[in-house]
Every structure is written in structure tokens, then in C-alpha cells.
Design a binder for this molecule. Structure first.
Ligand code: 1HE
Length: 268
């Protein structure tokens, strides 16, 4: 059942395992501003299909260079001159990758800088936590390019910013950066320094949780959003029944009971 990840198999992604089960997955086409061609999407499907069964405890998702991701590879799309059916299948592969990310149960923290646009924003919104630096900006330039979103923005970006703001971003090319982007929910953290360092710190912190707890946090919440309230409450009880009785948690509960566990205090 356990699977191995061989980093040398990946070309458009650079994959690095760190101690504590934290993996760094970097879009590695900086000269193309990490535009998402089909080969990159296939590598994302590949990595995130295996990760939940390969002792990956948290992932930092980053982009090499000055920009996180410029979205759909427009040059490839132009050259391929795809039929409607071809492009539908391209989009279904994007959904395969991004659904594996959102629902896979492995915490993914995106480290954002520069352009996070179009499909790049769709990719970032499939992560569980987004950390931006001061250079990061978010946009949906599809309208300007004669395109429409195809990688889940109508679901995930509208979930983050609301339907009207998303439509405005697509119609007018409006972009968001800085604190305004955080206030809208496009990112949860903004840092003056390196978004990568902050994302790494968060990933190492999340990796200390029990894997089954993280699995539930990073899959059940998303699944339950798709259910009726009644079904979600039922599913939550079932998931909690499994997670909250896991033998690995006994030690942590015992530490709380004997007062040796850290107490929860507000951060500075
Ligand atoms: C690309 C792409 C790309 C750059 N596909 N090759 N996305 C967009 O509409 C965003 C398009 N990109 C840009 O607006 C800019 O490139 C950036 C703001 C991201 C960066 O600007 P800059 O000045 O640093 O770079 P550049 O000079 O524009 O581009 C450098 C190279 O990257 C150049 O290639 P080169 O071979 O001529 O050096 C560009 O062609 C290449 N490049 N962006 C392909 N996107 C499932 S549907 C999703 C729909 C969408 O995602 S629509 C949004 C598409």
C-alpha cells in the first residue's frame, strides 16, 4: 500500500523531501513564468495521487523565479489549436490534479510571489493555506485573452472572494495585492520577507499533527461543503468517530490530562 516518490521522475516540477515528512514541490519553468502546460499538469496529478500514500505529511507548493504561476500555457494552447473536446479533456486533467490536492488529505501550503493569475490562481486556491509576499498579486485575465476559467475558479475562487468579485476580476481585469488580498481571503498570510520561509514554517508545524487528523482536516471539510447540512453533520460525526478515537492520539490526550501538554495561548 505504501508508495515511494522518486523525485528524479519529475521534470517540470522540482521535488525535494525535507526532514519531518515535509516535501517542497516547485513549479520549475521560471523562463515561462511557470505557465501550466499539459506536462506540468500530469506531473501534479502524479505527485498528488501518490502523496497521501507515501508518508508525505505536508507540502510547500512554490514557483521558481519572480512569479508563482502565469496560468494556462497560452503558447501551447495556441500551437495545439485544440478542438472543444480536446480542451474539455485538458480541463478535466486540471480538475484531476487540483481535486487530488484539495481532497487528498495532505496539507498543502502555497508560497506566493509575483503573478498568481488565471490558472495560477486556480492552482493556488487548491492549496489549503496561501502565504503571499509583498510582490504577489492575484488576477483572472481570462476575459482579456478571449478565454474562460477551466481549472476550477468558478468553484474555488468564487468560494474565496464571492461571485461578484470574481466576475469583476474576469470582466475588468481587476487585480488584488497586499493586505487587500488577505482581507478578501485570497491569502491567509502576508509577509514582508519570503513567503517560502513562512510557508515552510507552517508546513513543519502542520506536519507535527497526527496524519489522520490532517487527513480529515484536508479532505473532510472540503467534502462536507458539497453536502447538505444534514449529511455533513452525519459525515462529520462518522469522521470524528474514526479520528477522535485513534490510538495515536491517546498519548496526546494523556499529556493534556497530566498537565504536561502545552496550553493554547494567543500568539503575539
Ligand atoms: C507564458 C505565459 C503563459 C508568460 N503561457 N507562456 N495567463 C495570462 O494571461 C498571463 C500571461 N502572462 C503575463 O501576463 C506575464 O508573462 C507575467 C505578468 C506573468 C510575467 O511578465 P514578465 O514581463 O515577467 O514576462 P513575459 O516577458 O511576459 O514572459 C516571459 C516568458 O514567459 C515569455 O516567453 P519567451 O519564450 O518569449 O521568453 C512568455 O511567452 C512566457 N509566458 N506567461 C505561456 N501564460 C484551464 S483554463 C485557465 C485559463 C488561464 O489561465 S487564462 C490566464 C493566462
Amino acid at each position: 500500500m505504501k508508495q515511494q516518490i522518486d523525485p528524479s521522475r519529475f521534470q517540470n516540477l522540482s521535488i525535494e523531501a525535507q526532514e519531518g515528512g515535509v516535501w517542497v514541490v516547485t513549479l520549475n519553468r521560471p523562463t515561462k513564468r511557470n505557465a501550466l502546460d499539459i506536462a506540468t499538469i500530469e506531473e501534479l496529478v502524479d505527485f498528488f495521487s501518490i502523496a497521501p500514500r507515501a508518508d508525505v505529511r505536508a507540502v510547500v507548493l512554490s514557483g521558481a523565479g519572480d512569479h508563482f504561476c502565469a496560468g494556462l500555457d497560452l503558447i501551447e494552447h495556441h500551437h495545439e489549436d485544440r478542438s472543444p473536446a480536446d480542451f474539455m479533456h485538458v480541463c478535466l486533467r486540471w480538475h484531476e490534479a487540483f481535486n487530488k490536492m484539495e481532497y487528498g488529505g495532505v496539507p498543502i501550503i502555497a508560497a506566493l510571489q509575483g503573478a498568481v493569475v488565471g490558472g495560477g490562481l486556480e492552482l493556488a486556491s487548491s492549496a489549503h493555506i496561501r502565504v503571499m509576499d509583498r510582490s504577489a498579486y492575484f488576477g483572472l485575465p481570462e476575459g482579456q485573452r478571449g478565454l474562460f476559467t477551466g481549472g476550477g475558479a468558478t468553484i474555488r475562487v468564487s468560494d474565496l472572494v464571492g461571485k461578484s468579485r470574481m466576475i469583476d476580476m474576469m470582466l475588468t481585469g481587476r487585480t488584488y495585492k497586499g493586505q487587500a488580498a488577505v482581507d478578501l481571503g485570497l491569502a491567509q498570510y502576508i509577509v514582508d520577507g519570503s513567503s517560502f520561509e513562512k510557508a515552510l514554517e507552517l508546513a513543519h508545524r502542520a506536519a507535527q499533527n497526527l496524519p489522520l487528523s490532517n487527513f480529515a482536516i484536508c479532505s473532510a471539510v472540503s467534502h462536507m461543503q458539497n453536502m447538505s447540512a444534514m449529511d455533513a453533520a452525519y459525515a462529520e460525526a462518522v469522521v470524528a468517530g474514526v479520528v477522535n478515537t485513534q490510538p495515536d492520539a491517546r498519548e496526546r490526550l494523556a499529556a493534556f490530562a497530566d498537565k504536561s501538554a502545552a496550553r493554547i495561548r494567543p500568539e503575539d
